[in-house]
Design a binder for this molecule. Structure first.
Ligand SMILES: [Fe+2]
Ligand SMILES: [Fe+2]
Length: 328
């Protein structure tokens, strides 16, 4: 049987449990938080006072902070790209409406609240140029992406396991920074988003775990493939209001490193966590090629640490069109 057909069979085999996994990892729509729970109620007479308070508190946050928050929001707002990508993965039946496509739809419904709440907050903050941000989002969606996973469910689930943990880290750090500056409301908002990302990370990790149980060699090879080519952040294809692809992402990523929201050490930590979570060391029944892939994965964190230690992040802020320069 071809590798593709084995994958399809594995996806079909696991599909019967997806309903239970949705129940385990996602929260019913009736009880989960909504963006307005963290924002001023526009029907309330107190609305303008609350907006005023948001704008006052926003003055205490530095330039780099806004760049990172904007970049995070744009990344979330490119959700149409991620949903359509995942719907196209082998075994995910959009038309058949199988368990996997139900997962993707429900996951998308939860994710959609992240960009929504950040977008509304940024709009009210008065600190950012919304039109430039909106243009960047539209360019990012129009450009699309290629995360190197093909239609392979194994590679895609490695990618999402990694990516959900990365977004957990960055939203969580932004929450901490906001709290340190006395912005409790924004901190709460970012912390609740990071909680969603953690649930999603746990779900995708369990998908991978289940695949390891039935197809260990091919799952190991897929994990190896993804880590060898490196996990590209979804916003890698971001360009600032239609400028060059990659330079904006690089500057955004430098900013995130500079304020400690997401660093190259975090990337390595995630890899180590995945190695542990999937008990890569203990997996048995591997063929020779998968054994070599395992060795590579176990040695990769220390190899990457040596490289990361030599890397330097530029000290000066890059001037984005998204955020007005700080007024002194
Ligand atoms: Fe998200
Ligand atoms: Fe996410």
């Amino acid at each position: 049987m071809s590798l593709k057909n084995v994958r399809l069979e594995v996806m079909q085999f696991l599909e019967k449990d997806v309903d239970a996994l949705i129940e385990k990892y996602l929260i019913p729509i009736e009880t989960i938080w909504q963006p307005t729970d963290f924002l001023p109620d526009s029907e309330s007479p107190k609305f303008f006072d609350e907006v005023k308070e948001i704008r006052e508190l926003a003055k205490d946050l530095p330039y780099d902070f806004w760049v990172v928050l904007v970049g995070d929001m744009i990344t979330e707002e490119a959700l149409p790209t991620y949903e359509s990508w995942l719907m196209d993965v082998e075994g995910v039946g959009q038309v058949e409406r199988n368990g996997w496509s139900k997962w993707v739809r429900h996951w998308t419904g939860e994710e959609n609240r992240h960009g929504d709440v950040l977008n509304k907050y940024l709009y009210l903050s008065g600190r950012v140029n919304m039109r430039e941000i909106e243009k960047t989002t539209q360019y990012l969606i129009a450009d699309g992406f290629d995360i190197g996973t093909d239609r392979d469910p194994y590679k895609n689930f490695v990618y999402t396991s990694f990516q959900e943990l990365a977004t957990y880290i960055s939203h969580n750090r932004v929450a901490k920074l906001a709290k340190e500056r006395g912005n409790k409301q924004l901190s709460k908002m970012c912390r609740i988003i990071s909680g969603d990302e953690m649930r999603h990370h746990n779900a995708y990790s369990e998908f991978v775990e289940r695949i390891f149980a039935v197809d260990p060699s091919q799952m190991m090879m897929a994990f190896h493939y993804m880590m060898k080519q490196k996990i590209t952040m979804p916003a890698h294809f971001l360009r600032e209001s239609g400028g060059q692809i990659s330079s904006a992402f690089e500057e955004f990523s430098n900013t995130a490193q500079r304020i400690g929201v997401y660093t190259s050490m975090d990337y390595i930590d995630i890899l180590e966590k995945l190695n542990k979570r999937w008990e890569i060391e203990k997996i048995t029944g591997l063929n020779d090629e998968a054994e070599k892939a395992r060795d590579y994965l176990l040695k990769l964190p220390s190899r990457m640490t040596r490289i990361a230690e030599r890397m330097k992040v530029p000290e000066n802020s890059f001037q984005f069109k998204w955020v007005e320069p700080a007024k002194m």
